[in-house]
Design a protein around this ligand. Structure first.
Ligand SMILES: [Zn+2]
Length: 112
């Protein structure tokens, strides 16, 4: 399963986004808000988080070894982001619409 996270959508501090994703891993519930943009079934049992923060995107496979730590400590320490990626600005409505539009255009071209 691939979970598409775009922190530019919510503009929250990293710990808030990490907590949200931790709940998802722990409960399997898909929080219908904030920075979780999409959940895609790729046929694999493990969860791959595709995290965008500022201009940076990283992929993190949630293995059994790190799963508990990601739930309780967050993904940022595993995701190898540069320091400046931690700070994201609260988005405006037009930013949110642009990100969602770009995402849907991009996923359309990759599935064709
Ligand atoms: Zn968030």
């Amino acid at each position: 399963m691939r979970v598409i996270i775009n922190r530019n959508l919510c503009g929250h501090p990293a710990f808030a986004c990490e907590k949200c994703f931790g709940e998802f891993l722990r409960l399997g519930a898909y929080p219908d808000r904030g920075c979780m943009l999409d959940v895609i079934d790729d046929g694999k049992p493990e969860v791959t988080a595709v995290i965008t923060s500022g201009p940076y995107t990283r992929e993190l496979v949630i293995t059994d070894e790190i799963r508990e730590q990601v739930i309780y400590d967050g993904y940022m320490k595993f995701a190898d982001f540069p320091f400046e990626a931690l700070e994201v600005q609260p988005p405006h409505g037009e930013d949110i619409r642009r990100i969602i539009r770009e995402y849907s255009e991009q996923s359309r071209t990759t599935t064709e």
